[in-house]
Design a protein around this ligand. Sequence first.
Ligand SMILES: [Zn+2]
Length: 514
Amino acid sequence: MGRLSLYRKWRPQEFKDVAGQEHIISTLQNAIETGRVAHAYLFAGPRGTGKTTTARLLAKALNCVNGPTSSPCDECESCIAIREGRSLDVFEIDGASNRGIDEIRELRETVRFKATQGNYKVYIIDEVHMLTTEAFNALLKTLEEPPEHVIFVFATTEPQKIPATILSRCQRFTFRRIPSDVIVQRLTEISEKEGIQAEEGALRLLAETAQGGMRDAISLLDQSIAFSENIVTTTVVQDMLGLTDAQALNAFYQVLISKDLTKGLSLIKSASEEGKDLVHFMESAMQVARGLLVVKADKDAPLQSGEILLNITREESMELAAKFDSKYLVRIIETLAETIQKAKRTADPELFFELSLVKLTEEPVGTTQVDAAAIIEFNKKLEAQSKKIQELEQKIKEGRSLQVENSDINLFWEGLLQQLKSRKDTLEYWAFLNVAEPVALEGIDLYISFPDAYEFHRANVENPKNKSLIEQKLEELTGKALRLRIDESPKFKRDPNFLTKTQEVFGGKIIKPE
Ligand SMILES: [Zn+2]
């Protein structure tokens, strides 16, 4: 067994350590102090924002030897048992893996017995929206007449999927995304206590990437440490996350200043040829615009992730910001956000990126110094693409079998990465695999390749122990025993049934491309 993950090690053991959810914590503490704890709580909110952690702390507060108390001692037998996940009075049920009615039936039987050690039995059902209707109905019977000593905490990322009959019996708390500043502060604390040197810029990038989820941020820190032999630098984090380098981003912003479309298109082309992830590129460019907007409004604002990405000082970023008016920066953000959404769903992000650049370099009035040849070239490409899409749509309408080009493996791969990224137990594989390029899927052989710059990622995935773990996860996700083929050539270059295969593996139905 490996060492304890940083996330587990630094999971808050006291209410005061739960970051960014002060509104919930103080309400709960107040309820405990005044003896007005509800029978059922619904903790709704994005992943990794402290829902189950808070549920465990509530259990501690109720069952502590000094309890019920708003500040459990974390030293008594009950507190320690809950901390170590072996308390007989706290039941954690994962709704995602226990969808069946059996678990809820069992719950209904055990719920009648008094708590063994403490005063309360606490049932924590995570991802409760995954339960089946039958299971919900069984649960409802218990909720209608809850025994005196029982508390339910339902945690969910999708409260809208929970039946109204259940909702109406719960006191509801909405967990917020945790602000980046708060995450950075926590990451700094953890690094200091672990004796790890980390640049502030590196931690900020991790926080931004985690998008308000503390658990993801800490897991990413854990991986960065593995990458960097105890000095976590901005460069290490950029490499690990596959972020775009400062030089290309700077060049992109120079293009926006000069409105030089020709230069811009060739920048995108070479970024693509160098194997850079264009969606990442656009995401980074969007962060830069956001940072410039903030700096424009407040020169003393905290360090912006855009500044880290560009690798510039505050003075330089103010100079750059002065070259854009705020309206234009907002337009950059809006245009890129829209483009990223579209590009993620296609095998050809390059085209969408180019299109957004055309929009961003258009002068509202007057003439532009755009090279006519570049526009003709671009229009040709656009035409070819829309023709291809029309053909596809036509075939779908006619119900004919699809002759999809090999490039559609991108859809499959993108789906796989999304799933890896969305689960806490597979996030680290995502970090390794997200820089790889899918080549083909043939039978059970999934061919992928790593660009030369990602030797470290390749080595990690090739490591036989990791490889078999990853393949195991892939099987869990897809239901198929897939074999990873790294940097090998597939036998066939084209797979006419690719889309159908993708559908077989992931389920769902084929929708029309954009
Ligand atoms: Zn205690």
